[in-house]
Write a protein that binds this ligand. Structure first.
Ligand code: ASP
Length: 292
């Protein structure tokens, strides 16, 4: 079986001229995952390694580079799933360098699937995972520039109206799907969510079946408007379509068309067990890289 790997660095419309830097970050992360696969590592190891590398890239919206929520705190979501149906996820964890690492720990333990908030952070610290002040200068500047009165007042209704009007501009997220030499797949996704959102807002990324899904036939990682992806369970839908006999490409086109109908700006990567890459989006750009 030939290993393969695909990563993404989020869909959307990046500031002019940033496309190359985002793609370069994806290339570095693809190398990190590819090193694992080439050394005979598992798909889960490779997906975690690639997403950890993506989380360490300040330009991307995950881990170190996460957007700040309305109260000025970054809270991180991440998930990982293996083709044997084991999964782990964390939601709204503050101050953690690599949330996907904690999600991976939960997958290995195979007990709870998702932990959230301060309790998840405390577990990570007990396990010796490095803490981090998640606030890059550029994400702080973005937060300050967009700090309107309704955010300071945490006026949910006014914030919601604003968010709906502007949300396609604030996209990001990172993910990876890996196929190892034994034919096993794994998918992982990590995000800082949507900038300036109401504190505690959870998107699709940590929800297994929404932002991430993996079966023995296909692995999927989503990016885009989490509220839409979550309601349509887009990653699971793609896997179901492949199980019904569609190609990865056909399934992805259907999933993105469904998201289009609900005004869901989104993108996805997928990899099938026979090594076929899929990358699809309805936004102007999605950073990505692949290895085979
Ligand atoms: N899907 C992520 C979320 O809604 C954001 C993104 O992919 O840009 O949290």
């Amino acid at each position: 079986m030939k290993p393969a790997l695909i990563v993404h660095g989020g869909c959307g419309t990046p500031p002019a001229g940033e496309e190359a830097a985002r793609n370069a970050a994806c290339e570095r992360a693809a190398d990190a995952g590819w090193d694992v696969l080439r050394a005979g590592g598992s798909a889960v190891d490779a997906a975690e390694a690639a997403v950890r590398a993506l989380e360490d890239e300040p330009i991307l919206n995950a881990g170190t580079g996460a957007y700040l929520q309305a109260d000025g705190v970054a809270r991180l979501d991440a998930s990982i799933m293996a083709s044997d149906a084991r999964a782990g996820a964390v939601a709204q964890v503050p101050n953690l360098k690599n949330p996907v690492r904690l999600a991976r720990y939960l997958l290995e333990q195979d007990a709870h699937v998702m932990l959230s908030g301060q309790e998840a952070l405390q577990l990570a610290l007990r396990l010796g995972h490095p803490p981090a002040v998640v606030a890059t200068p550029s994400k702080i500047a973005y937060w300050q520039e967009n700090l309107k009165a309704q955010y300071v007042a945490l006026d949910y209704a006014a914030m919601g109206a604003d968010w709906k009007a502007e949300n396609p501009r604030r996209l990001g997220t990172v993910g990876c799907v890996a196929l190892d030499g034994q034919g096993r797949l794994a998918a992982a996704t990590s995000t800082g969510g949507t900038g300036q959102c109401y504190p505690g807002r959870v998107g699709d990324t940590p929800v297994i079946g929404a932002g991430t899904y993996c079966t023995p036939r296909v692995g999927v990682s989503m990016t885009g408007v989490g509220e839409r992806v979550m309601v349509l369970l887009s990653a699971k839908r793609l896997a179901d379509l492949v199980a019904d006999g569609r190609t990865g490409e056909q399934a992805a086109a259907t999933v993105i068309a469904d998201l289009d109908r609900v005004n869901g700006a989104a993108g996805l990567i997928a990899l099938t067990a026979d090594g076929a890459f899929v990358a699809h989006r309805n936004t102007p750009f999605m950073a990505s890289a692949r290895r085979i």
